[in-house]
Design a protein around this ligand. Sequence first.
Ligand code: KG4
Ligand code: ZN
Length: 334
Amino acid sequence: MLILGIESSCDDSAAAVLEAARPGEALVRSSVVANQDDIHRAFGGIVPELASRNHVVTITPVVERALAAAGCKLNDIEAIAVTRGPGLVGSLLVGLMYAKGLAQTLDVPIVGVNHLEGHLLAPLLEHRIAMPFLALVVSGGHTSLFVVSGFGQYREVGRTRDDAAGEAFDKVAKMMSLGYPGGRIIDELSRRGNPLRVKLPRARIKGAPLDFSFSGIKTAVATLLRSEGAVGIAAEDLAASFQETVVEMLIRPTLAAARQFAVSTIALTGGVAANSRLRTRLAEAAAREARHLIAPSFKYCTDNAAMIAMAGSWRLLRGDRDSLEIDAEANLPL
Ligand code: KG4
Ligand code: ZN
């Protein structure tokens, strides 16, 4: 089944063509992402109205590029999978309305996909993974642990109590005037820094060993930057120390969950899964316990439409279709 995936939940307009054979088994024929970093950079964060207006402009060319790269025409598309939440509602509506219009014109089935399910199943785009597996979804909007025991069977076993890890990366980068988007910049800067130079608090939540908290470390960096103590600390050392602490705060609950639910495979997914230090250290920590870490390529870690097509594919393959009345939901639960 040739599936067109469409994603516009935040600031990336994305389209992909996926050739799905069986649930979880698919070939990515193309995956195109148009990011809006240049538009939001001046504001140091995403401006929702600008994001949705820009989706209106980019969605058609992005879909056309995805079709061309896949070597197919619109008429070859047999089904459409589109993100319907969670995310910025104005952004979601652009992709959803576009997808509905296409589905109606082509007379093909459409399914609305939860963006988080996309991240959870992204590792399947490149790997065969036996279920159950544990997924750490770590992005700008989410930091959660899920046990994935089948398609559509996702149990959230840990979550952040406040900020998402990606949000902490972005906010700390902003405080340090490093630019936008912050995660990738901190990752690159940290390569030249000493991760032991600055001691930062590692939050642990009493009685909830599988949960996360990142607001404390963010405040600690803000307090440090306002104090005299910041004088003489090189930006790369602070970046590396911050990154190392966040990485440790992500690893501990992840391994605790893997032990508690007796899963041997851990999948790392979401935008922060692109972090080089997190990938290395989590892989090492998992290997020490004879567990196996699977992390998607960078292009499938951050928002993309191939993962949305993958998450829609198992339902489309069994004949499900949503009505054209599906709506966007900013807080769609998984
Ligand atoms: O999954 P994603 O593209 O969008 C959301 O659904 O949030 O994730 C974006 C987040 C941003 O917070 C960005 O700073 C972070 O992922 N990110 C990184 C890296 N690359 C992207 N964080 C740390 N290290 C990176 N290399
Ligand atoms: Zn995302």
